[in-house]
Design a binder for this molecule. Structure first.
Ligand SMILES: [Fe+2]
Ligand SMILES: [Fe+2]
Length: 223
């Protein structure tokens, strides 16, 4: 059965307020990939993983997932990283929605640690968010969705491949934290890393024609 939010909201009505606030903020930015649809997929996976774990605090987990990429909605994300900027903004949002200091700190940790870069996830809620988010990349469909990421950040294909290969390599080495996430991955994260590597080899060594730009068609500058 698909996990739903209804019972969680009945238990803690603040979750609905976070949900509506998150949906409003993500929709303002119209991101091609890091949008509310991505958040919903992560939330579905997080609830599946949580159901397989022992004691999980849903009052921390659900707001953390809903706000985990909110950092992209701040101008600070390029300088600080969206994990660091997002943790700060999430705490501000939750402070206004009657979350206690302890709850804000717990959610802040989950978001701060969701890339495994600023810090590693220490709590079960942070580990579930991390796994749910990594699983977004752990399927060959991400080779198609990667195009959305390229256009969202206006990246070159070289930069995208360099970043994705390094990130996937680190994630494979770090491993997933939960049993259910490892089952859902089934080795796909490593397959995606290997495919990106293959694409990079193709465009750098075998098919340089993919690198041709208008400038290459002229001896001096194009007319
Ligand atoms: Fe993120
Ligand atoms: Fe994400």
């Amino acid at each position: 059965m698909k996990p739903t939010l209804d019972e969680h909201i009945q238990r803690d009505p603040r979750i609905l307020k976070v949900y509506l606030e998150a949906r409003r903020r993500y929709s303002e930015f119209k991101f091609k990939h890091h949008n509310f649809g991505h958040v919903m997929r992560d939330l579905h996976r997080a609830l599946l993983i949580a159901a397989d774990e022992g004691s999980v605090d849903y009052n921390i987990l659900i707001p953390s997932v809903l706000l985990h990429d909110i950092g992209f909605c701040t101008p600070d994300f390029k300088k600080l990283g969206h994990d660091v900027a997002g943790a700060r903004l999430a705490v501000e949002i939750l402070n206004d929605l009657d979350y206690s200091d302890d709850e804000c700190a717990a959610v802040g940790h989950c978001i701060h640690a969701h890339k495994g870069k600023a810090e590693l996830p220490r709590t079960i809620e942070a580990q579930i968010l991390y796994d749910a988010d990594v699983l977004e990349k752990a399927g060959l469909v991400f080779l198609i969705w990667g195009g959305n990421v390229i256009s969202e950040f206006n990246e070159s294909i070289h930069h995208f491949l360099q970043r994705e290969i390094a990130d996937r390599r680190a994630e494979v080495a770090r491993g997933l934290f939960t049993r259910k996430a490892r089952e859902l991955d089934g080795g796909r994260l490593e397959k995606v890393r290997a495919m990106f590597q293959k694409i990079r080899k193709e465009i750098t060594e075998e098919r340089p024609d993919y690198e041709i730009t208008e400038d290459d068609l002229w001896q001096s500058a194009p007319p």
